[in-house]
Design a binder for this molecule. Structure first.
Ligand code: 3HC
Length: 302
């Protein structure tokens, strides 16, 4: 059955090569997913070779884990290892890509700059996708020469196992682009939903409210340990601070601020959140709350 809002599948373009802008955790997970499910070459790029190498090392380590767990045969792993490559030279890496997805720093200006650069390299037919967590896809495409080929393609961490894929039709996105996005989502074995190009789409609106209320409890003096364990009886797959650690406090704060700007009365910026992000400390160490974070929050309380 065609997902609600998906155009006719016959409009979808074939994707024979994928480019991934960024080599951070999300980008590396995406590179692996695309190579594994589409069985096509995937090229990752970043600002310097060190970051590219780190991304490639992540991919290789995940392939090794899958082999060790018996999820992947040696033969398939060997093929997969050759499919994912990396370079700092976007022009060389992306010239013949049919689909380019970005997972770079969550700031509109940074993402617009990336697309301006990529548009000079790729063909006007190449589909461009953003994994933005909360930014307006229409605003991101506003200065593109061919905004009709930009679409939002929002994955969830850990990418290998989370089934949801939010697909965002921006103002200019055309049916070919959208049909290709849905066809790709299906090949990637994700559950695709078409969501409105509104701040934080759907899932991250809820997540921002969730983190916002946890932070608010902490702001009001609830100890971190209590904020972390109070929901245990609900049987959620992760405790709040574990989930926050997985998403990354800085990423969650970016989404929170987008929501605050869009809806200042409904979404407040938490002082605890600001302190945690500024300190850059891990929230959990060996599954226990990091004492440095407890101290940091206690030190700042009046
Ligand atoms: N990479 C690859 N595979 C992973 C993984 C990872 N990082 N983490 C877990 N897995 C795999 C495990 O290997 C395991 O596979 P197997 O059964 O074949 O061995 C399977 O997932 C289940 O893992 P576990 O048994 O270790 O643990 P759980 O049963 O607790 O499941 C979980 C792990 C699926 C991650 C679960 O804890 C969960 O659903 N957590 C919530 C995650 C979530 O809400 N993510 C959304 C974050 S928001 C976001 O990303 C949006 C952004 O814009 C901010």
């Amino acid at each position: 059955k065609r997902p609600a809002g998906a155009p006719d599948r016959s409009l979808a373009r074939d994707v024979g090569k994928v480019g991934v802008v960024g080599a951070g955790l999300m980008a590396s997970q995406l590179a692996l997913l695309f190579a594994r499910r589409l069985e096509v070459p995937v090229v990752i790029t970043d600002l310097d070779q060190e970051r590219v190498d780190k991304g490639l090392a992540y991919v290789q380590a995940e392939i090794a884990k899958s082999v060790a767990k018996g999820r992947l045969t040696e033969l398939k792993a060997a093929k997969l290892r050759t499919l994912v490559t990396g370079t700092v030279d976007k022009a060389a890496g992306f010239a013949d890509a049919d689909f380019v997805i970005e997972a770079v720093f969550e700031e509109l200006g940074v993402k617009k700059k990336v697309w301006a650069e990529i548009e000079e390299i790729v063909s006007p037919e190449t589909i461009l996708a953003t994994n933005t967590s909360s930014l307006s896809v229409s605003a991101m495409g506003a200065d593109l020469k061919h905004p009709e080929r930009l679409v939002g393609f929002h994955f969830f961490n850990p990418v290998a196992v989370m089934p949801l894929l939010e697909i965002i039709r921006a103002e200019h996105t055309n049916d070919v682009t959208l049909a290709t996005a849905f066809a790709l989502g299906k090949q990637l074995k994700k559950s695709c939903v078409l969501v409105k190009d509104a701040p934080a789409f759907v899932f991250n609106r809820i997540l921002t409210r969730f983190f916002g209320e946890i932070y608010n409890a902490i702001d009001l003096g609830t100890p971190l340990e209590v904020a972390n364990t109070a929901l245990d009886p609900l049987g959620l797959p992760m405790r709040p601070l574990e989930l926050l650690q997985l998403v990354g406090p800085a990423v969650a704060a970016h989404v929170g601020k987008t929501m605050h700007v869009a809806y200042p009365e409904r979404f407040k910026v938490s002082p605890s959140m600001e302190k945690i992000v500024a300190a850059g400390q891990p929230l959990l160490v060996d599954d226990e709350i990091n004492p440095a974070v407890v101290e940091l929050l206690a030190g700042g309380q009046t």
